[in-house]
Design a binder for this molecule. Structure first.
Ligand SMILES: [Zn+2]
Length: 744
């Protein structure tokens, strides 16, 4: 954090606006302090006469916060992971490239760019290589993948470029690399701006509808691009680009996201972009829209661990991409509205959703704890989704470090507490301080000014969360009690910044039961907390001592498979839940069209006969000698082979002679993992056998790969007492989940 860019006489108005804008997206002020390529006046977003942003509470510049403790350890782990072979050019340039060109590459550029800055590390060699080689795989128009038709109405390609766009934008901001900025400019001109008419007609059903190629299950995925587009706009603004972004916001406003069971990651990314647009242009409707989107998410799709349902109406798993989005969104909603409830949420998301969800290898992925408020939710280490979540989680960690300090002119704002060394910058000069804290476990922070060029007193604002015990707040300056003014959940004091000054902030944190996030679904239900920390049980019995899930899960955690949600009543021993659901595919007779020789067993022939299935369009078939209870069928399409569109294939199963067809699969990450859920109950459906087949045999099967198949059944019998308690054991969710990393 540095002084307001105002006063740097060398900056153009555009640069000022840019610097202020970037507050929400990057190391703001590093952009202001270093010579920046000057924007051409005719491209300035300011030419429309919108106000410059002079009073925005800017997040710290990365270079001004040297993290320590928890956030540093987690960010370092993510940083190392993102330089492992999976994320190096030779592999990365193939990951996602066909279905979502630019997605994995861009997310990696972004993750490494932000983590390098947050950890004060030089640009990694792997990032340099990516940046050097990515131009060799663009098409003639400067974007990735095949050239699109005039309309650009291809949701997969457009959504894939969200990552590439924000990756380039952050990289250009950091390195000032003119080539990255030029790539961005071409992508805007040749991909986004020409899509404007198609965007206006996204999912439009009237006569005038645009013929979109839509992404399978991830409804609304196109609108993730609002994140990338708004970040790009700060660097390469133009009137046409502005119109395109506003068209996207307009169209998004009209979609019934809940009715469409839209993807929540896309929605939260879009909301972040819309909020950034508000910061840019101060249209009140944009702020209202971003707030409404978050409210909708929190009411309908947030889990008891402050993670997400991957889609509205479909609590099937959580995804760290969305959790990262929700963290960034809530901090910035607080920053722009001043409403402290957003900051409360940001703390809860960070310490219960985001950090416990980090894998031991540093990556991020999907989690099982989507139980709604009708029972026990059992969480556990997440399954990595390296093609998307690991990089997005990297951004969240970098932001968590950056968001440790904000500054509004002469006021220093601490919305979080973290171990670090920070540089504060004022008109008179800089000041360096060290913070040590027991937070989130204890409401205690100690700040010591180490060096200072500032003699005057400054205003300090410390966040006092809603779980602070009333009247327990105490602030001491050099051992003497200071009179703090409480406003908007912040305690405000005036204190000098001279070297040697010590400020100590303490408050007690409430410990005990609190209402569930989705309490409306089970009135009276609650979970246990200690301050911001959601408590679970590390033992077989939920009655045993409760430990924060932050300390159980994630790297450095003590392990265990904790309950994290306690219904209104005693929870049950977990003994039966520890069984691993078997992969029923192992016990089936199998036909795969890539098997040699591709021979059909008698039972498979019988199955196809009963299903009246043309054998030439069968991709694979599984049949058992007795009916199986099947909850989900998980397909993993090989990364490097042709894959059909979900609409072009059908999964049908037989139950005692009756034929059923599965609904469209849920699709995660890069689109290569599909999850069919069979039946409508948690127990799944009785299945004699099933067939995955193309709807039409012609044309598609020669080149088609056969996916790995995992067939997840019901878990072994649960304690019957739980049913009689009326608490449905939705820990089922903990077993019947896709594993993005697994391959058959
Ligand atoms: Zn993801």
């Amino acid at each position: 954090m540095k002084q307001s860019p105002i006063g740097h006489g060398t900056f153009t108005v555009a640069a000022l606006a840019l610097a202020a804008f970037v507050l929400s997206s990057n190391a703001t002020v590093s952009a202001a302090d270093q010579p920046m390529p000057k924007s051409k006046p005719e491209e300035s977003p300011e030419k429309t006469g919108e106000p410059a942003f002079r009073n925005i509470e800017g997040a710290a510049a990365f270079e001004d916060v040297m993290p320590d403790g928890l956030l540093k350890a987690r960010a370092e782990l993510a940083f190392r992971h993102l330089q492992e072979p999976y994320f190096q050019w030779n592999n990365l340039s193939r990951v996602n490239f066909e279905p979502f060109p630019g997605d994995a590459i861009g997310r990696t550029i972004n993750g490494l760019t932000l983590l390098s800055q947050a950890l004060h590390q030089p640009e990694p060699a792997s990032l340099k290589e990516i940046m050097r080689r990515v131009p060799t795989v663009t098409n003639a128009d400067g974007y990735l993948g095949p050239k699109l038709p005039e309309s650009r109405a291809n949701e997969d390609t457009m959504a894939g470029h969200n990552g590439y766009t924000y990756g380039l934008a952050e990289y250009a901001l950091w390195t000032k690399d003119p080539a990255a900025k030029e790539s961005l400019r071409r992508m805007v001109a040749n991909l986004f701006v020409p899509a404007r008419a198609a965007i206006a007609g996204y999912r439009e059903t009237s006569e005038a509808k645009v013929d979109w190629h839509l992404s399978g299950g991830d409804v609304g995925q196109f609108f993730t691009t609002l994140d990338g587009m708004t970040r790009a706009y700060a660097l390469v603004p133009s009137p046409e680009f502005k119109a395109t972004i506003e068209t996207a916001i307009e169209r998004y406003r009209k979609l019934d996201l809940v009715g469409l069971s839209a993807q929540t990651h896309a929605m939260l990314s879009a909301a972040t972009g819309i909020l950034r647009w508000y910061e840019f242009h101060h249209r009140p409707e944009d702020l209202a829209f971003a707030e409404a989107l978050y409210k909708q998410y929190r009411t309908l799709a947030m889990t008891e661990t402050y993670e997400n349902y991957n889609w509205f109406n479909r609590p099937e798993w959580t995804e760290a991409c969305a959790v990262s989005d929700s963290f960034i969104l809530t901090v910035n909603l607080w920053r722009l509205t001043g409403r402290a409830n957003y900051l409360d949420d940001a703390h809860l998301i960070l310490f219960n959703g985001l950090l416990p969800g980090q894998l031991h290898n540093g990556g991020f992925g999907t989690g099982p704890c989507v139980g709604h408020a009708t029972g026990v939710c059992r969480t556990k280490g997440h399954n990595e989704a390296p093609f998307c979540c690991s990089m997005r989680g990297g951004e969240a960690l970098a932001r968590a470090i950056q968001y440790s300090y904000f500054q509004a002119k002469d006021t220093v704002v601490l919305p979080f507490y973290s171990n670090d060394t920070a540089t504060l910058r004022f008109a008179e000069g800089a000041c360096k301080l060290r913070q040590e804290t027991g937070y989130p476990h204890k409401g205690r922070a100690r700040l010591e000014v180490i060096e200072s060029q500032v003699n005057k007193e400054k205003t300090w604002r410390f966040f006092i969360p809603s779980w602070a015990v009333r009247d327990s707040l105490e602030i001491r300056v050099n051992g003497k009690k200071a009179e703090a003014r409480l406003a908007d959940s912040f305690a405000e004091i005036l204190a000098p910044l001279v070297a040697g000054t010590i400020i100590e902030v303490t408050f007690q944190q409430e410990r005990g039961p609190r209402a569930a996030v989705q309490s409306s679904q089970a009135p009276g239900s609650y979970r246990h907390f200690d301050g911001p920390l959601l408590l679970g049980s590390s033992t077989e019995k939920a009655e045993e001592p409760l430990v924060p899930i932050l300390d159980l899960l994630g790297p450095g955690g003590s392990g265990g498979e904790p309950y994290v949600y306690f219904p209104n009543g005693k929870t049950q021993p977990a003994t039966n839940i520890t069984h691993k659901t078997p992969n029923l595919a192992d016990t089936a007779q199998v036909f795969r069209r890539d098997a040699t020789p591709a021979r059909l067993s008698d039972d498979v022939v019988k199955l196809l006969g009963t299903l009246k299935q043309d054998p030439t369009s069968v991709i694979c078939a599984y049949v058992w000698s007795s009916p199986q209870q099947v909850r989900q069928v998980v397909l993993q399409w090989p990364e490097s082979a042709a894959m059909p569109q979900p609409e072009a294939v059908v999964l049908r199963w037989l139950d005692a002679g009756k034929v059923h067809a599965a609904a469209q699969p849920g699709i995660i990450g890069n689109g290569r993992q599909w999850v069919y859920t069979l039946g409508k109950t948690p127990e799944g459906a009785a299945v004699d056998g099933f067939v995955l087949a193309a709807k039409r045999a012609e044309g598609m099967l020669e080149a088609l790969a056969v996916p790995g198949v995992e067939v997840l059944g019901n878990i072994p019998a649960m304690p019957s007492k739980r049913e009689s308690d009326g608490n449905k054991p939705d820990a089922l969710n903990g077993q019947a989940l896709p594993q993005p990393g697994s391959k058959q």
